[in-house]
Design a protein around this ligand. Structure first.
Ligand SMILES: NC(=O)c1ccc[n+]([C@@H]2O[C@H](COP(=O)([O-])OP(=O)(O)OC[C@H]3O[C@@H](n4cnc5c(N)ncnc54)[C@H](O)[C@@H]3O)[C@@H](O)[C@H]2O)c1
Ligand SMILES: [Zn+2]
Length: 365
Protein backbone atom coordinates (compact mmCIF):
# COMPACT_ATOMS: atom_id res chain seq x y z
CA UNK A 1 0.00 0.00 0.00
CA UNK A 2 1.18 3.54 -0.79
CA UNK A 3 -0.06 6.67 0.95
CA UNK A 4 0.73 9.96 -0.79
CA UNK A 5 -0.18 13.29 0.77
CA UNK A 6 -1.42 16.26 -1.21
CA UNK A 7 -0.32 19.11 1.10
CA UNK A 8 -2.80 21.96 0.99
CA UNK A 9 -3.11 23.10 4.61
CA UNK A 10 -6.63 22.51 5.89
CA UNK A 11 -7.56 20.97 2.53
CA UNK A 12 -4.77 18.34 2.61
CA UNK A 13 -5.71 14.76 1.75
CA UNK A 14 -4.21 11.37 1.03
CA UNK A 15 -4.11 9.32 -2.13
CA UNK A 16 -4.17 5.70 -0.97
CA UNK A 17 -3.03 3.23 -3.62
CA UNK A 18 -3.61 -0.47 -3.09
CA UNK A 19 -4.49 -3.48 -5.20
CA UNK A 20 -8.04 -4.41 -4.08
CA UNK A 21 -8.71 -1.30 -1.94
CA UNK A 22 -12.38 -1.06 -3.06
CA UNK A 23 -13.22 -3.99 -0.78
CA UNK A 24 -12.15 -1.97 2.28
CA UNK A 25 -13.22 1.50 1.09
CA UNK A 26 -16.09 1.71 3.60
CA UNK A 27 -13.82 1.51 6.65
CA UNK A 28 -11.48 4.19 5.28
CA UNK A 29 -14.36 6.53 4.45
CA UNK A 30 -16.05 5.95 7.82
CA UNK A 31 -12.78 6.74 9.62
CA UNK A 32 -12.64 10.12 7.84
CA UNK A 33 -15.93 11.14 9.48
CA UNK A 34 -16.80 12.66 6.12
CA UNK A 35 -20.50 11.85 6.21
CA UNK A 36 -23.10 9.36 7.34
CA UNK A 37 -24.32 8.65 3.84
CA UNK A 38 -22.68 8.18 0.43
CA UNK A 39 -24.11 9.24 -2.91
CA UNK A 40 -22.14 7.08 -5.35
CA UNK A 41 -21.90 8.51 -8.87
CA UNK A 42 -20.91 6.03 -11.55
CA UNK A 43 -22.02 4.59 -14.90
CA UNK A 44 -23.67 1.26 -15.70
CA UNK A 45 -20.50 -0.39 -16.98
CA UNK A 46 -18.36 0.45 -13.93
CA UNK A 47 -21.26 -0.29 -11.56
CA UNK A 48 -21.68 -3.76 -13.07
CA UNK A 49 -17.97 -4.45 -12.59
CA UNK A 50 -17.25 -2.98 -9.15
CA UNK A 51 -20.55 -1.65 -7.73
CA UNK A 52 -21.49 -4.64 -5.60
CA UNK A 53 -18.04 -4.87 -4.00
CA UNK A 54 -18.16 -1.16 -3.10
CA UNK A 55 -21.79 -1.34 -1.90
CA UNK A 56 -20.95 -4.24 0.44
CA UNK A 57 -17.97 -2.43 1.88
CA UNK A 58 -19.93 0.80 2.47
CA UNK A 59 -22.91 -0.94 4.06
CA UNK A 60 -20.66 -3.15 6.25
CA UNK A 61 -19.28 0.12 7.62
CA UNK A 62 -22.77 1.40 8.38
CA UNK A 63 -22.85 3.99 5.60
CA UNK A 64 -26.25 4.54 4.04
CA UNK A 65 -25.63 4.37 0.28
CA UNK A 66 -27.35 5.07 -3.01
CA UNK A 67 -25.92 4.53 -6.50
CA UNK A 68 -26.72 6.97 -9.31
CA UNK A 69 -25.66 6.14 -12.88
CA UNK A 70 -24.98 8.64 -15.66
CA UNK A 71 -24.33 8.17 -19.39
CA UNK A 72 -21.08 6.49 -20.32
CA UNK A 73 -19.72 9.37 -22.38
CA UNK A 74 -18.61 12.99 -22.18
CA UNK A 75 -22.37 13.83 -22.43
CA UNK A 76 -22.57 13.07 -18.70
CA UNK A 77 -20.70 16.35 -18.16
CA UNK A 78 -23.58 18.49 -19.53
CA UNK A 79 -25.46 21.05 -17.44
CA UNK A 80 -28.70 19.03 -17.75
CA UNK A 81 -26.97 15.93 -16.41
CA UNK A 82 -25.39 17.99 -13.58
CA UNK A 83 -28.81 19.37 -12.57
CA UNK A 84 -30.44 15.91 -12.62
CA UNK A 85 -27.72 14.62 -10.30
CA UNK A 86 -28.18 17.60 -7.95
CA UNK A 87 -31.95 16.90 -7.73
CA UNK A 88 -31.40 13.22 -6.88
CA UNK A 89 -28.71 14.13 -4.38
CA UNK A 90 -31.08 16.56 -2.63
CA UNK A 91 -33.77 13.85 -2.38
CA UNK A 92 -31.28 11.41 -0.86
CA UNK A 93 -29.64 13.95 1.46
CA UNK A 94 -32.64 15.11 3.50
CA UNK A 95 -30.25 17.29 5.48
CA UNK A 96 -28.45 14.43 7.24
CA UNK A 97 -24.94 15.03 5.83
CA UNK A 98 -24.00 13.25 2.65
CA UNK A 99 -20.82 12.95 0.61
CA UNK A 100 -20.44 12.41 -3.14
CA UNK A 101 -18.31 9.44 -4.14
CA UNK A 102 -17.21 9.20 -7.79
CA UNK A 103 -16.56 5.63 -8.92
CA UNK A 104 -15.27 5.67 -12.50
CA UNK A 105 -13.07 7.46 -14.99
CA UNK A 106 -12.41 11.16 -15.40
CA UNK A 107 -15.93 11.87 -16.67
CA UNK A 108 -17.60 10.63 -13.50
CA UNK A 109 -14.80 12.21 -11.42
CA UNK A 110 -15.21 15.68 -12.97
CA UNK A 111 -19.02 15.58 -12.77
CA UNK A 112 -19.12 14.22 -9.19
CA UNK A 113 -16.59 16.81 -8.09
CA UNK A 114 -18.57 19.64 -9.66
CA UNK A 115 -21.79 18.38 -8.05
CA UNK A 116 -20.02 18.25 -4.66
CA UNK A 117 -18.54 21.73 -5.21
CA UNK A 118 -21.89 23.33 -6.03
CA UNK A 119 -24.44 21.47 -3.87
CA UNK A 120 -25.12 23.48 -0.68
CA UNK A 121 -22.02 25.60 -1.53
CA UNK A 122 -19.78 22.58 -1.23
CA UNK A 123 -19.96 19.15 0.41
CA UNK A 124 -17.42 16.35 0.94
CA UNK A 125 -16.19 14.50 -2.10
CA UNK A 126 -14.36 11.19 -2.49
CA UNK A 127 -12.69 9.80 -5.60
CA UNK A 128 -12.35 6.14 -6.55
CA UNK A 129 -10.76 6.48 -10.02
CA UNK A 130 -11.04 3.42 -12.26
CA UNK A 131 -9.20 4.37 -15.48
CA UNK A 132 -5.44 4.76 -15.72
CA UNK A 133 -5.95 8.38 -16.82
CA UNK A 134 -8.14 9.14 -13.82
CA UNK A 135 -5.75 7.36 -11.41
CA UNK A 136 -2.64 9.25 -12.52
CA UNK A 137 -4.24 12.56 -13.42
CA UNK A 138 -7.93 13.51 -13.24
CA UNK A 139 -8.65 12.36 -9.65
CA UNK A 140 -5.78 14.42 -8.18
CA UNK A 141 -5.68 18.18 -7.82
CA UNK A 142 -9.27 19.30 -7.35
CA UNK A 143 -10.07 20.57 -10.85
CA UNK A 144 -13.74 19.71 -11.38
CA UNK A 145 -15.91 20.80 -14.28
CA UNK A 146 -18.75 20.30 -16.71
CA UNK A 147 -18.87 21.14 -20.43
CA UNK A 148 -20.87 23.52 -22.60
CA UNK A 149 -21.79 23.01 -26.27
CA UNK A 150 -18.97 25.32 -27.31
CA UNK A 151 -16.15 24.41 -24.93
CA UNK A 152 -15.06 21.56 -22.68
CA UNK A 153 -14.65 22.13 -18.93
CA UNK A 154 -15.90 25.73 -19.25
CA UNK A 155 -17.93 25.68 -16.02
CA UNK A 156 -15.82 24.49 -13.13
CA UNK A 157 -14.27 24.94 -9.73
CA UNK A 158 -11.40 23.86 -7.54
CA UNK A 159 -12.83 21.39 -5.05
CA UNK A 160 -10.38 18.98 -3.45
CA UNK A 161 -11.49 15.48 -2.48
CA UNK A 162 -11.29 14.25 1.15
CA UNK A 163 -9.42 11.17 -0.04
CA UNK A 164 -8.55 9.40 -3.30
CA UNK A 165 -8.79 5.61 -3.09
CA UNK A 166 -6.90 4.11 -6.02
CA UNK A 167 -7.42 0.42 -6.73
CA UNK A 168 -4.93 -0.72 -9.36
CA UNK A 169 -6.74 -4.11 -9.60
CA UNK A 170 -9.58 -2.47 -11.59
CA UNK A 171 -7.22 -1.68 -14.47
CA UNK A 172 -7.41 -5.33 -15.57
CA UNK A 173 -10.89 -4.77 -17.03
CA UNK A 174 -9.89 -1.58 -18.84
CA UNK A 175 -9.79 -1.85 -22.66
CA UNK A 176 -6.23 -1.73 -24.10
CA UNK A 177 -6.91 1.61 -25.81
CA UNK A 178 -7.86 3.16 -22.47
CA UNK A 179 -4.62 1.88 -20.95
CA UNK A 180 -2.69 3.58 -23.77
CA UNK A 181 -4.77 6.73 -23.22
CA UNK A 182 -3.51 6.89 -19.63
CA UNK A 183 0.02 5.91 -20.64
CA UNK A 184 0.32 9.10 -22.68
CA UNK A 185 -0.08 11.06 -19.41
CA UNK A 186 2.36 8.72 -17.63
CA UNK A 187 4.97 9.40 -20.34
CA UNK A 188 4.21 13.12 -19.98
CA UNK A 189 5.09 13.02 -16.24
CA UNK A 190 8.36 11.24 -17.05
CA UNK A 191 9.32 13.80 -19.70
CA UNK A 192 8.57 16.84 -17.55
CA UNK A 193 9.75 15.67 -14.13
CA UNK A 194 11.36 12.26 -13.87
CA UNK A 195 14.16 10.88 -16.05
CA UNK A 196 14.26 7.67 -13.96
CA UNK A 197 10.59 7.05 -14.65
CA UNK A 198 11.34 7.50 -18.37
CA UNK A 199 14.07 4.83 -18.13
CA UNK A 200 11.68 2.55 -16.23
CA UNK A 201 9.05 2.96 -18.96
CA UNK A 202 11.58 2.21 -21.71
CA UNK A 203 12.63 -0.95 -19.88
CA UNK A 204 9.20 -2.21 -18.81
CA UNK A 205 6.78 -1.05 -21.49
CA UNK A 206 5.75 -4.54 -22.60
CA UNK A 207 5.09 -5.69 -19.00
CA UNK A 208 3.05 -2.52 -18.46
CA UNK A 209 0.99 -3.22 -21.58
CA UNK A 210 0.52 -6.78 -20.28
CA UNK A 211 -0.87 -5.21 -17.07
CA UNK A 212 1.76 -6.56 -14.69
CA UNK A 213 0.32 -5.63 -11.24
CA UNK A 214 3.76 -4.61 -9.91
CA UNK A 215 4.43 -2.33 -12.91
CA UNK A 216 0.96 -0.76 -12.71
CA UNK A 217 1.33 -0.10 -8.99
CA UNK A 218 4.74 1.47 -9.60
CA UNK A 219 3.67 3.84 -12.39
CA UNK A 220 0.40 4.84 -10.69
CA UNK A 221 2.23 5.56 -7.41
CA UNK A 222 5.07 7.47 -9.06
CA UNK A 223 2.76 9.64 -11.19
CA UNK A 224 0.38 10.27 -8.27
CA UNK A 225 3.37 11.45 -6.21
CA UNK A 226 4.57 13.74 -9.00
CA UNK A 227 1.12 15.26 -9.50
CA UNK A 228 0.64 15.61 -5.72
CA UNK A 229 3.91 17.56 -5.50
CA UNK A 230 3.00 19.91 -8.36
CA UNK A 231 -0.50 20.55 -6.99
CA UNK A 232 0.85 21.07 -3.45
CA UNK A 233 3.26 23.69 -4.83
CA UNK A 234 0.74 25.56 -7.01
CA UNK A 235 -2.85 24.48 -6.32
CA UNK A 236 -4.65 27.02 -8.50
CA UNK A 237 -2.00 27.91 -11.10
CA UNK A 238 -1.07 31.12 -9.26
CA UNK A 239 2.67 30.83 -9.86
CA UNK A 240 2.34 29.10 -13.22
CA UNK A 241 4.25 26.00 -12.00
CA UNK A 242 1.16 23.77 -12.36
CA UNK A 243 1.07 24.67 -16.05
CA UNK A 244 3.98 22.27 -16.70
CA UNK A 245 1.32 19.55 -16.50
CA UNK A 246 0.04 21.03 -19.72
CA UNK A 247 3.08 19.73 -21.59
CA UNK A 248 2.02 18.53 -25.06
CA UNK A 249 -1.53 19.76 -24.41
CA UNK A 250 -1.53 23.05 -26.37
CA UNK A 251 -1.14 21.27 -29.70
CA UNK A 252 -2.88 18.12 -28.34
CA UNK A 253 -6.03 20.08 -27.41
CA UNK A 254 -5.88 21.90 -30.76
CA UNK A 255 -5.78 18.54 -32.58
CA UNK A 256 -8.78 17.33 -30.54
CA UNK A 257 -10.70 20.53 -31.33
CA UNK A 258 -9.79 20.42 -35.05
CA UNK A 259 -10.96 16.80 -35.23
CA UNK A 260 -14.23 17.84 -33.50
CA UNK A 261 -13.48 15.37 -30.66
CA UNK A 262 -14.08 12.42 -33.00
CA UNK A 263 -13.80 8.99 -31.38
CA UNK A 264 -11.08 8.05 -33.89
CA UNK A 265 -8.61 10.06 -31.80
CA UNK A 266 -8.79 10.04 -27.99
CA UNK A 267 -7.17 12.51 -25.58
CA UNK A 268 -4.03 10.45 -24.94
CA UNK A 269 -3.49 9.92 -28.66
CA UNK A 270 -3.79 13.65 -29.33
CA UNK A 271 -1.39 14.41 -26.46
CA UNK A 272 1.08 11.89 -27.83
CA UNK A 273 1.22 13.82 -31.11
CA UNK A 274 1.25 17.10 -29.16
CA UNK A 275 4.31 15.97 -27.18
CA UNK A 276 6.17 15.06 -30.38
CA UNK A 277 5.28 18.47 -31.82
CA UNK A 278 6.78 20.37 -28.88
CA UNK A 279 9.93 18.25 -29.14
CA UNK A 280 10.06 19.30 -32.81
CA UNK A 281 9.73 22.96 -31.76
CA UNK A 282 12.45 22.55 -29.12
CA UNK A 283 14.75 20.82 -31.62
CA UNK A 284 14.07 23.60 -34.15
CA UNK A 285 15.22 26.31 -31.72
CA UNK A 286 18.20 24.22 -30.57
CA UNK A 287 16.91 23.38 -27.07
CA UNK A 288 17.11 19.58 -27.49
CA UNK A 289 18.92 17.23 -29.84
CA UNK A 290 16.99 15.18 -32.41
CA UNK A 291 18.37 12.09 -30.59
CA UNK A 292 16.12 12.97 -27.64
CA UNK A 293 13.10 13.35 -29.92
CA UNK A 294 13.88 9.89 -31.31
CA UNK A 295 13.89 8.44 -27.77
CA UNK A 296 10.44 9.85 -27.07
CA UNK A 297 9.15 8.73 -30.47
CA UNK A 298 10.38 5.16 -29.82
CA UNK A 299 8.72 5.00 -26.41
CA UNK A 300 5.41 6.38 -27.70
CA UNK A 301 5.40 3.92 -30.58
CA UNK A 302 6.19 1.00 -28.27
CA UNK A 303 3.31 2.13 -26.07
CA UNK A 304 1.06 1.90 -29.14
CA UNK A 305 0.54 5.66 -29.33
CA UNK A 306 0.53 7.68 -32.56
CA UNK A 307 3.25 10.22 -33.39
CA UNK A 308 1.38 11.73 -36.35
CA UNK A 309 -2.20 11.84 -37.58
CA UNK A 310 -3.79 11.88 -41.03
CA UNK A 311 -7.12 13.33 -42.14
CA UNK A 312 -7.02 16.58 -40.13
CA UNK A 313 -6.41 20.04 -41.58
CA UNK A 314 -3.14 21.30 -40.01
CA UNK A 315 -4.25 24.94 -40.49
CA UNK A 316 -7.27 24.28 -38.25
CA UNK A 317 -4.88 22.93 -35.63
CA UNK A 318 -2.54 25.93 -35.93
CA UNK A 319 -5.48 28.30 -35.58
CA UNK A 320 -6.83 26.38 -32.56
CA UNK A 321 -3.46 26.68 -30.75
CA UNK A 322 -4.07 30.45 -30.72
CA UNK A 323 -7.27 29.96 -28.67
CA UNK A 324 -5.52 27.91 -26.00
CA UNK A 325 -6.36 29.18 -22.51
CA UNK A 326 -2.72 29.10 -21.37
CA UNK A 327 -2.04 32.63 -22.52
CA UNK A 328 -0.78 35.14 -19.92
CA UNK A 329 -0.45 38.88 -20.48
CA UNK A 330 -1.23 38.29 -24.16
CA UNK A 331 1.90 36.13 -24.52
CA UNK A 332 1.57 32.55 -25.67
CA UNK A 333 3.41 30.28 -23.23
CA UNK A 334 4.94 27.04 -24.43
CA UNK A 335 6.13 24.25 -22.15
CA UNK A 336 9.22 22.97 -23.97
CA UNK A 337 11.61 20.11 -23.09
CA UNK A 338 15.18 20.92 -22.07
CA UNK A 339 16.11 17.29 -21.37
CA UNK A 340 14.22 14.17 -20.32
CA UNK A 341 12.87 15.11 -16.88
CA UNK A 342 13.19 18.89 -17.36
CA UNK A 343 10.99 21.47 -19.07
CA UNK A 344 11.00 25.25 -19.40
CA UNK A 345 8.16 27.72 -19.88
CA UNK A 346 8.98 29.76 -23.00
CA UNK A 347 7.35 32.73 -24.72
CA UNK A 348 8.04 34.38 -28.04
CA UNK A 349 8.21 31.16 -30.10
CA UNK A 350 8.02 32.28 -33.78
CA UNK A 351 4.78 31.25 -35.48
CA UNK A 352 6.56 29.72 -38.47
CA UNK A 353 8.31 27.24 -36.14
CA UNK A 354 4.95 26.25 -34.61
CA UNK A 355 3.48 25.87 -38.10
CA UNK A 356 6.38 23.68 -39.23
CA UNK A 357 6.02 21.34 -36.26
CA UNK A 358 2.25 20.98 -36.71
CA UNK A 359 2.58 20.40 -40.46
CA UNK A 360 5.11 17.63 -39.79
CA UNK A 361 2.73 15.75 -37.47
CA UNK A 362 -0.76 16.62 -38.76
CA UNK A 363 -1.30 15.54 -42.34
CA UNK A 364 -4.32 16.16 -44.53
CA UNK A 365 -3.99 12.63 -46.00
N1 LIG B 1 -9.99 17.12 -13.50
C1 LIG B 1 -8.84 16.93 -14.12
O1 LIG B 1 -7.78 17.36 -13.64
C2 LIG B 1 -8.84 16.16 -15.41
C3 LIG B 1 -7.63 15.77 -15.98
C4 LIG B 1 -7.67 15.02 -17.14
C5 LIG B 1 -8.89 14.67 -17.72
N2 LIG B 1 -10.04 15.09 -17.15
C6 LIG B 1 -11.36 14.71 -17.72
O2 LIG B 1 -11.46 13.30 -17.66
C7 LIG B 1 -12.34 12.85 -18.69
C8 LIG B 1 -11.72 11.65 -19.37
O3 LIG B 1 -11.52 10.65 -18.41
P1 LIG B 1 -11.24 9.12 -18.82
O4 LIG B 1 -10.19 9.08 -19.87
O5 LIG B 1 -11.05 8.37 -17.56
O6 LIG B 1 -12.58 8.70 -19.58
P2 LIG B 1 -13.97 8.06 -19.09
O7 LIG B 1 -14.31 8.52 -17.74
O8 LIG B 1 -14.93 8.31 -20.18
O9 LIG B 1 -13.64 6.50 -19.05
C9 LIG B 1 -13.24 5.83 -20.23
C10 LIG B 1 -14.06 4.55 -20.46
O10 LIG B 1 -13.61 3.53 -19.56
C11 LIG B 1 -14.72 2.92 -18.90
N3 LIG B 1 -14.18 2.42 -17.64
C12 LIG B 1 -13.84 3.14 -16.55
N4 LIG B 1 -13.24 2.34 -15.65
C13 LIG B 1 -13.21 1.10 -16.18
C14 LIG B 1 -12.70 -0.15 -15.74
N5 LIG B 1 -12.02 -0.26 -14.60
N6 LIG B 1 -12.86 -1.24 -16.54
C15 LIG B 1 -13.48 -1.12 -17.74
N7 LIG B 1 -13.97 0.03 -18.23
C16 LIG B 1 -13.83 1.13 -17.44
C17 LIG B 1 -15.73 4.02 -18.81
O11 LIG B 1 -17.02 3.51 -18.62
C18 LIG B 1 -15.55 4.70 -20.18
O12 LIG B 1 -16.27 4.00 -21.16
C19 LIG B 1 -12.58 14.04 -19.60
O13 LIG B 1 -13.87 14.55 -19.38
C20 LIG B 1 -11.53 15.05 -19.17
O14 LIG B 1 -11.95 16.39 -19.37
C21 LIG B 1 -10.04 15.81 -16.00
ZN1 LIG C 1 -4.26 15.35 -20.45
Amino acid sequence: MQKIKVSLGARSYNIIIKNGIIASAGGTIKALNAARACFVLTNKKVKSLYGSKLRRSLSDSGLDTVFYTVADSEKAKSHTSWFRVIKSLAMFDKGRGVCVLSLGGGVVGDLGGFVAATYRRGIDFIQIPTTLLAQVDASIGGKVAIDTDFAKNLIGAFHQPKVVLTDTAVLKSLPARQIRNGLAEVIKYAVILDANLFLYLEKNISDILNLSPACLEYIVSRCSKLKAEVVSADEQEDTGYRSILNFGHTIGHAIEAASCYKKSLNHGEAISIGMMSVFDIAADIGMVSSRLSDRLENLLKQAGLPVEVKGINPYKVISATQHDKKIRNNRKRWILPKAIGHVAVCTGIPMDIVKRSVQKRVLVK
